[in-house]
Each structure stands twice: as structure tokens, then as C-alpha cells.
Design a protein around this ligand. Structure first.
Ligand SMILES: Nc1ncnc2c1ncn2[C@@H]1O[C@H](COP(=O)(O)OP(=O)(O)O)[C@@H](O)[C@H]1O
Ligand SMILES: [Mg+2]
Length: 265
């Protein structure tokens, strides 16, 4: 594992993250980093803490302990950092607003504008920047359409454009392709890869498909019980290593099933 010597130059450094919900420890000292230009995938069984870790980094959850440093700036627990954006499996766009408005909304935080943008006309310079972001994701021609009319894959790319308009340096993605068909998944993964390669973003993505993780990421982090099991170059993570992440969950399921069967015997 290389996470015990965090790279001082990394764009995102997560060190000793802890989080419990009630009695349940969900993050148990999680430590990892992601550099500019790097795509890192997080793999792990359901409940291993993947979403919670990203939600802590983006400020949607307040960690109990640990530090999050982005581009040299230490975050305040539970507070959003303008340099970190996140996209989700369930895409959060305002379906009745235009694609362009949805992208402009990415800049609300950094411009200190109100969140209630339903009556707001965005400044021209912002609209131009948003158009450039849409162009970056290949959807400039859809700018005037209502976001809700686009396909799932296109909406996910709009969500990425919104992150670009936020001028994020770290892009977090929680199962960004789980709701998409294979062709759209491929497009979104290619986009994340090129944002790292060509734009220097630091990308961390929770994926459920080990093959996608291997093809598109530089490193794969394996999570179990809220801590790292491995942090390895993607090419070195074989099927057995991946299967090991899910085995405890399977064994627990089998044990529960066996207990139930016994109960009714
Ligand atoms: N807001 C919450 N309140 C209570 N428990 C939570 C909350 N969010 C997540 N959990 C629990 O934390 C554990 C880890 O969840 P999560 O980070 O979503 O896992 P993953 O994304 O790896 O499936 C799960 O057991 C989940 O039930
Ligand atoms: Mg999750």
C-alpha cells in the first residue's frame, strides 16, 4: 500500500478520515490521495464506506476526524470547498431549466450568488464560460434544451460540465455510470479520463464494474469496513483481489441465509 506515505504534491489528500453513524463505524481512518491528471477508482462491497468517503470530501457529511486537503487548502469539516465537485448516479439537474442554466449553476458557489436561481438570468460572461464547458463535454448544441429532455448519458455529461463551470480541481463521481447503458457509460468514462489527462483534474470515482475501473483508472483503491485494503496500480489488480473485497459480504449473506433456514427447519 502506498497511502501511508501521502504525496505532498497531490491535489486531494484525505488523511485518517473517521465517521460513525451512531454505534456503527463507517470510515475507520481512511487515507488516500489523488494527484492532478490521475483517475482513481474506489471499489468495495455495499456498505464499505465508498459513498460516505466521497460525501465527506465534498462536504455533504461531516467527518468525526481526519483531514481533507485540496490544492494545499485544508477543508473545514462538513463544509463544501469550491474546488471540489461531485456527480452522482442519480443525476441532480433541474429538468425544467435549460442545459445551459444548469451548467451556469455550477458557478453559484464561487460567485457567491444565491442558490435560488429560478428567477436569475446569468451574466453573459458566465453563460459564455458555461458554453465552453458544454462544448468540452460535446453538448454545446443542446444548450437551449430543457435538461430533462436529454438522455441519461447526456445528463451525466451536463453534470460534469456543471462541475467544470464550478472550476473544480477535484471531481468526485459516485457510481457515475451505474444507471447508464454500455455505450453511454463508455462515453462518460472516456470523458472523466480526458478531464484528468487533458485538463489536469484529479478524479476519484466509485465504480461497480472492475473492468471499467481497470481500463480507465491509474490506481484502484479497495475498501472494506471503512478502510483501505489495497491501493494499487490498476493493471495490478486482478480478479482474485477484487473478489476478495466482496467475499466477506457474500459470507455474511450466506451466514444470514443459513441462520434463517435453520430457524424455519
Ligand atoms: N446518513 C446515514 N445514517 C446512518 N447510516 C448511514 C448513513 N449513510 C450511510 N450509512 C451507513 O454507512 C455504511 C456505509 O455506507 P456507504 O458509504 O453508503 O457505503 P457504500 O457506498 O460503500 O455502499 C452503510 O452501512 C450505511 O448503511
Ligand atoms: Mg454508495
Amino acid at each position: 500500500m502506498r497511502a501511508d506515505h501521502l504525496s505532498a504534491a497531490a491535489t486531494l489528500r484525505v488523511d485518517g478520515l473517521r465517521k460513525a453513524f451512531g454505534e456503527k463505524t463507517v470510515l475507520d481512518g481512511l487515507t488516500f490521495d489523488v494527484s492532478s491528471g490521475e483517475v482513481v477508482s474506489l471499489l468495495g462491497a455495499n456498505g464499505s464506506g465508498k459513498s460516505t468517503s466521497l460525501r465527506c470530501v465534498v462536504g455533504l457529511e461531516r467527518p468525526d476526524a481526519g483531514t481533507i486537503v485540496v490544492d494545499g487548502v485544508t477543508g473545514k469539516p462538513g463544509e463544501a470547498m469550491p474546488t471540489v465537485a461531485m456527480v452522482f448516479q442519480k443525476i441532480h439537474l433541474v429538468p425544467r431549466r435549460s442545459v445551459l442554466d444548469n451548467v451556469c449553476a455550477g458557478a453559484l458557489g464561487r460567485l457567491g450568488l444565491s442558490r435560488s436561481w429560478s428567477v436569475l438570468a446569468f451574466p453573459r460572461e458566465l453563460q459564455e464560460e458555461a458554453m465552453a464547458c458544454l462544448d468540452r463535454v460535446g453538448l454545446a448544441d443542446r444548450a437551449r434544451e430543457k435538461a430533462g429532455r436529454l438522455s441519461g448519458g447526456q445528463q451525466q455529461r451536463v453534470a460534469v460540465a456543471r462541475a467544470l463551470c464550478q472550476r473544480a480541481k477535484v471531481l468526485l463521481a459516485d457510481e457515475p455510470v451505474s444507471a447508464l447503458d454500455p455505450a453511454a457509460s463508455e462515453q462518460v468514462m472516456n470523458l472523466l479520463r480526458s478531464l484528468a489527462d487533458d485538463d489536469g483534474l484529479a478524479v476519484a470515482a466509485v465504480l461497480h464494474q472492475p473492468d471499467l475501473a481497470r481500463r480507465f483508472s491509474d490506481r484502484i483503491l479497495g475498501l472494506a469496513g471503512g478502510s483501505l485494503v489495497f491501493d494499487s496500480p490498476a493493471a495490478e489488480v486482478d480478479d482474485d483481489t477484487v473478489a476478495g473485497l466482496y467475499r466477506p459480504a457474500l459470507e455474511a449473506l450466506e451466514a444470514a441465509e443459513a441462520a434463517r433456514t435453520k430457524e424455519f427447519a
